[in-house]
Design a protein around this ligand. Structure first.
Ligand SMILES: [Zn+2]
Length: 122
């Protein structure tokens, strides 16, 4: 298994589409959020240890949701119309839940990239 490491853009796209970061064909999840152990196509073991993704998930979550939420809460002080604040907050909470598998896939792709570059994966 000495395939070249896919570029970061390819890895992120595969993660976003919930596909195996190595081959891009195997599914990451069995149901909505249940992560498979191995890729059914190329056999890549997705995670060495349970909990390996927490650091990446925190990073992706902060970049995508926490900073915009902080900005929203900050600007709430200057928005006299409460309706928009609650509408946007509701949309963000829905997006936070709906995109959980996609964010997990992106985190897994980043973890794969680090494992390949550090030599943990051949
Ligand atoms: Zn695969």
């Amino acid at each position: 298994m000495s395939d070249p490491i896919p570029p970061l853009r390819t890895l992120l796209r595969r993660g976003m589409h919930k596909q195996c970061p190595q081959c891009g064909r195997g599914a990451l999840f069995r149901r909505w959020i249940k992560l498979c152990d191995h890729c059914p196509v190329c056999g890549l073991k997705y995670l060495e240890n349970q909990g390996d993704l927490w650091g990446y998930l925190l990073f992706v979550d902060r970049a995508l949701f926490i900073f915009p939420l902080i900005v929203m809460i900050y600007f709430r002080l200057y928005v006299p119309n409460l309706t928009w604040f609650f509408v946007i907050s509701g949309v963000l909470v829905f997006a936070l839940i709906y995109t959980l598998p996609h964010r997990t896939g992106i985190s897994l792709a980043l973890d794969y990239l680090v494992r390949r570059k550090s030599g943990d994966l051949p």
